[in-house]
Write a protein that binds this ligand. Structure first.
Ligand code: FAD
Length: 285
């Protein structure tokens, strides 16, 4: 693998998990957290199933991480959420010492009718600010390659600016493999008055079939040359991982050299890939 120059600044890291479904999954995630905690992240975040599907599991995982004395940010989505249910969650988190959260719209599960009080993430952000003042640092989502339901890139940028102005403190992006899309989005957002940090979300490449499925669903583009190479490796997982590490480290290097304020890694509850990226980039001692 080519050697990647280490960025001079101390890079802010955060790691995202989904709430495990089984006691075995919870045990494994404890081990993963212990390994990733050694990389001194600013926080861990825990996803939230749209419609509150994982409400209790998200809460349990967040509680466990907080009890370990680590900074943790629960995600929260609009789908199915009422003013009362969000107010209750905010009070619970506040009482448990949570100081950061990730506010999202979420995606309506098929067959579900949304009966919630919030249409867009910006409505949720505004409600949280009005209800809880500065009690929480609010993160929101950003889409350098444009949200799949947006009518145009300009509309999506306007929606993002509205969301930030509703009271968000910083943003984490959907993953992408094209650094120029990030720089263009960040620069456009800055020109539109957003000075808050926009942290790139980074998806390690470990499994081509899974990555292609995720990417088709969320509108993240896998460039053709990467897709073709990954497809060409077939079942050769070692080659997929080696090539994936090189691609992702090259991307992160460019982002950091271009001024990205940190990296948020989508871990899929695995430590290996995130550790390899951080080590290859020499982001920690
Ligand atoms: P919004 O900001 O509300 O935008 C949704 C769409 O509406 C966009 O197309 C936008 O352009 C448009 N829009 C927004 N405001 C307006 C307006 N005023 N008028 C017209 N159009 C508007 N999903 C989960 O279910 N659980 C999670 O835990 C979760 N975590 C995530 C974490 C990150 C970092 C990211 C990037 C995504 C995450 N998602 C999660 C996925 C997210 O919920 C989906 O991408 C969802 O489709 C959009 O959510 P949003 O918060 O960006 O929505």
């Amino acid at each position: 693998m080519t050697e990647i120059p280490s960025p001079a600044q101390a890079v802010d890291l955060s790691f995202e998990f989904f709430p495990p479904n089984t006691p075995e999954g919870a045990r494994k995630l404890r081990e993963v957290r212990a390994r990733l905690a050694a990389l001194a992240p600013s926080f861990f975040s825990v996803t939230y199933g749209a419609g509150g599907a994982t409400r209790d599991k998200t809460m349990a995982t967040v509680d466990e991480i907080a009890a370990e004395g680590r900074q943790v940010a629960p995600h929260l989505s609009c789908i199915g959420a009422t003013r009362e249910s969000v107010a209750e969650l905010l009070d619970t988190w506040r009482a448990r010492g949570i100081r950061r959260l990730v506010a999202l719209r979420g995606d309506l599960p098929s067959g579900m009718v949304d009966t919630g009080d919030f249409r867009y993430a910006s409505d949720l952000v505004a409600f949280i600010r009005a209800r809880s003042g500065d009690a929480f640092h609010i993160e929101v989502a950003a889409y350098p390659e444009v949200h799949p339901q947006a009518r145009s890139a300009d509309d999506d940028l306007r929606a993002f600016v509205t969301k930030m102005k509703a009271g968000a403190d910083s943003a984490i992006t959907q993953y992408f493999y094209n650094a120029d899309a990030y720089f263009r989005f960040r620069d456009d957002a800055q020109r539109a008055g957003v000075s808050a940090p926009i942290v790139p979300g980074i998806m390690p490449i470990n499994n081509f079939v899974q990555l292609a499925r995720f990417s088709d669903a969320c509108g993240a583009e896998i460039p053709r040359w990467i897709r073709m190479r990954l497809a060409g490796y077939g079942d050769d997982l070692a080659s997929i991982r080696a090539f994936g590490l090189e691609v992702v480290c090259g991307l992160c290097s460019r982002l950091l050299e271009g001024g990205a304020p940190g990296l948020h890694l989508y871990t899929l509850n695995q430590a290996d890939a995130a550790e390899r990226i951080v080590q290859a980039l020499r982001l920690r001692g």
